[in-house]
Design a protein around this ligand. Structure first.
Ligand code: CP
Length: 301
């Protein structure tokens, strides 16, 4: 099975991943179920967390890892096509973890590939494995996902992580989902149209008065690399920030998440707050991706 979109993840699959990832995190399971597998990494775009945590997850599960990080040292520079590169990884690996700047590249790869393809971020489209980590972190902290109030904040036009998280929330019953972004960087209509719950757009004023009731504040950076007009990026740079005041305005049990990397949208002074969970979120990348790889190879539907 492939993992291309969070829209394709069922509640049962999420729960299965959650339970196994929790066992992995608590180190209750030590066997290496993927000893006979090779994970192929095809990272055409930069990554710190996704690449490294997939690499660690595969190796901790007993798998070998092959592939590349950065296309500049592959034969694509000699003119080899994307499809031929995917075909080659089929020769050397049992699944492909793909990151690429183009929307839809993971779906395209899955149509060529005979081994499963995992979307590790395709352009401004989706990042489904990140949404599994996000909901794992939320469920771990609150004991569940239903009945909570969520607010996605930042550049929601180009952020693939928030798209995938919004899609995965389709499987649950959030009490409220809010979105708050600079003017013209709101969630795209094509994403909103796929949600089965009400998603409320907040104004600056609404945002300040709503914060107290928000359980999960999910922050995302300006996706500089996706702006077609650099002037537009500079127009929005520094236009929103999570700081001490935001932390104080949130409810006492609320949390702040961010897929990272952050730039300047989170003041480092709040890193020490109990509400700031973005580093724990990043750490959860390994157990969640260990569980996911097992699911992919088991073909659990
Ligand atoms: N969260 C995330 O996707 O980070 P990287 O871009 O560093 O992989």
């Amino acid at each position: 099975m492939d993992l291309i979109s969070s829209l394709g993840i069922s509640k049962d699959q999420f729960n299965w991943i959650f339970d196994l990832a929790k066992e992995k995190k608590e180190e209750k399971v030590h066997h290496k179920p993927l000893l006979d597998k090779t994970v192929g990494m095809a990272f055409f775009e930069p990554s710190t967390r996704t690449y490294t945590s997939f690499d660690a997850a595969a190796k901790k599960s007993g798998a070998s890892v092959v592939g590349f990080k950065g296309a500049d040292m592959t034969s694509t520079v000699k003119g080899e096509s994307f499809s031929d590169t995917i075909r080659m990884l089929n020769c050397y690996s049992d699944c492909i973890v793909l990151r690429h700047k183009y929307d839809g590249s993971a779906k395209f790869a899955s149509e060529i590939s005979e081994v499963p393809v995992i979307n590790a971020g395709d352009g401004k489209n989706e990042h489904p494995t990140q949404s599994l980590i996000d909901l794992f972190t939320i469920k771990e902290r609150f004991g569940g996902i239903d009945g909570l109030s969520y607010c996605m904040m930042g550049d929601l036009k180009y952020s693939r992580t928030t798209n995938s998280l919004l899609y995965l929330l389709n499987r649950f019953n959030p009490s409220d989902v809010y979105v708050y972004s600079p003017e013209s960087l709101g969630v795209r209509n094509e994403v909103l149209s796929k949600l089965n719950y009400k998603c409320t757009v907040l104004s600056d004023e609404d945002f300040n008065s709503t914060l107290e009731s928000v359980d999960v504040l999910y922050v995302t950076r300006l996706q500089k690399e996706r702006f077609t007009d650099e002037n537009e990026y500079h127009k929005f740079k520094g236009s929103y920030r999570v700081d001490d005041e935001t932390i104080t305005s949130l409810g006492k049990d609320s949390i702040v998440l961010h897929a990272l990397p952050r730039v300047d949208e989170i003041n480092r002074k709040i890193d020490s707050s109990d509400k700031s969970m973005y580093f724990q979120q990043a750490r959860n990348g390994v157990p969640v991706r260990m569980a996911l790889l097992e699911m992919i190879f088991d073909g659990k539907q």
